[in-house]
Ligand binder design. Structure first.
Ligand SMILES: C=CC1=C(C)c2cc3[nH]c(cc4nc(cc5[nH]c(cc1n2)c(C)c5CCC(=O)O)C(CCC(=O)O)=C4C)c(C)c3C=C
Ligand SMILES: [Fe+2]
Ligand SMILES: [Fe+2]
Length: 345
């Protein structure tokens, strides 16, 4: 029996092209400030083996026993201090949604859909990708919003996307955003945000401390390039602003657990400054694309109190990029670069 080969051009439909989707992703945040909601969020977050690399057989009893008994109450209190009462949600969610909505406006004429999702909590990455696929997107740019790469953030966000796609028969094509630690537009926007925050002050700060989320030393020793990426950002920022290492030091905040993390630790570093005659400081947090509990509470409340109690006169916390027009310029720049060949750049 002869096979019939369909070879004529008319017999084969040209390849259909669907829409392009862009999916902004950040870490995630609790749905509420009550004990149960914070516990659910922390349980998901701290069960991620990219975040806590300890053997789960040893870690889970500690997590479910001690950590999730004590921490949700303490963290819930902190979330209540920074909660967006108007929208009844965490600031990280407010800003991530706003970033997606404003970025979507920049792509209206390209017919590019922009969604947003969270690595932990809601809306989940799976929900957000499903929505884009239902909207006809067959090519998706996945954008974990971490300027500095870490396996604990960038890689686990990518894992979560691909884990979902394992359940999908007809997968979209995927691109993922790489870290952008020394991207000139990112550095320029950081510099402008800093200058804007300082422009209203009657006296200039004596020091601009950079504070990045910390990471266990062990992860870096095993090859996580996070510290190098943070250094890249700070070196580029100092160069643009004409500041020395002493005028713009690099520090790490938000240590969790008893292990040694990247140093110097922000809080003791800043609290020791008044004793050295430095009573006016600004703190900039380039690793956070949006204000969250770590910036607003850990620095804006806890560290501010500590600094003032130690004899400090003024602590200026520079807002994160959030949803200001320059932040959206940056997101558009990153998106267009990564969509090269998919849309006109
Ligand atoms: C081992 C624990 C943690 C690692 C490693 C870690 C890395 C890491 N985190 C961010 C960004 C954010 N972290 C946030 C909150 C947060 N982080 C940890 C622990 C680790 N983070 C905890 C327990 C929490 C919850 C808050 C608390 O209970 O204190 C947030 C804010 C979330 C919010 O809702 O506002 C962000 C953002 C980075 C960039 C990073 C690796 C470099
Ligand atoms: Fe964290
Ligand atoms: Fe914290």
């Amino acid at each position: 029996m002869a096979f019939i080969h369909v070879t004529s051009e008319e017999a084969v439909a040209p390849m259909g092209r669907g829409r392009i989707g862009v999916l902004l992703t950040n870490l995630g945040t609790p749905d509420d400030t009550n004990f149960g909601a914070v516990r659910r969020y922390l349980s998901e977050f701290l069960s991620d083996q990219r975040v806590i690399e300890a053997n789960p057989a040893l870690w889970q009893p500690i997590l479910q026993g001690v950590v999730l008994t004590v921490r949700p109450g303490r963290s819930g209190k902190a979330y209540r201090r920074i909660w967006n009462e108007e929208k009844n949600e965490s600031p990280l969610r407010t800003y991530t949604r706003a970033q997606a909505e404003l970025l979507a406006e920049r792509f209206q004429t390209d017919d590019v859909r922009v969604g947003w999702g969270m690595r932990y909590g809601s809306p989940s990455v799976a929900e957000a990708v499903t929505e884009l696929m239902r909207d006809g997107c067959d090519r998706i740019l996945f954008m974990p919003l971490y300027p500095q790469y870490s396996a604990t953030t960038t890689a686990t966000a990518n894992d979560q996307l691909f884990r979902f796609l394992m359940t999908v028969r007809r997968q979209p094509a995927i691109r993922t955003l790489p870290a952008f630690a020394d991207d000139p537009v990112y550095i320029k926007v950081l510099a402008e945000t800093l200058q804007l925050a300082l422009s209203g002050l009657s006296e200039k700060p004596q020091m601009v401390v950079t504070s990045f989320h910390g990471l266990p030393n062990e992860y870096v020793a095993k090859g996580d390039p996070y510290r190098e990426d943070c250094e890249r950002t700070v070196v580029a920022l100092r160069a643009v602003l004409g500041l020395s290492d002493e005028e713009m030091p690099l520090t790490f905040q938000s240590r969790f657990g008893p292990a040694k993390w990247l140093e110097p630790y922000t809080a003791p570093f800043v609290a020791a400054l008044p004793a050295k005659g430095i009573t006016r400081v600004a703190i900039i947090t380039p690793g956070f694309m949006a204000d969250c509990i770590e910036t607003l509470d850990e620095l804006g409340n806890e560290l501010r109190d500590e600094f003032m109690a130690a004899g400090g006169k003024e602590l200026t916390l520079v807002p994160c990029l959030n949803a200001c027009p320059q932040a959206i310029d940056l997101l558009e720049h990153l998106t267009r670069s990564e969509l090269c060949g998919w849309v006109a750049t």
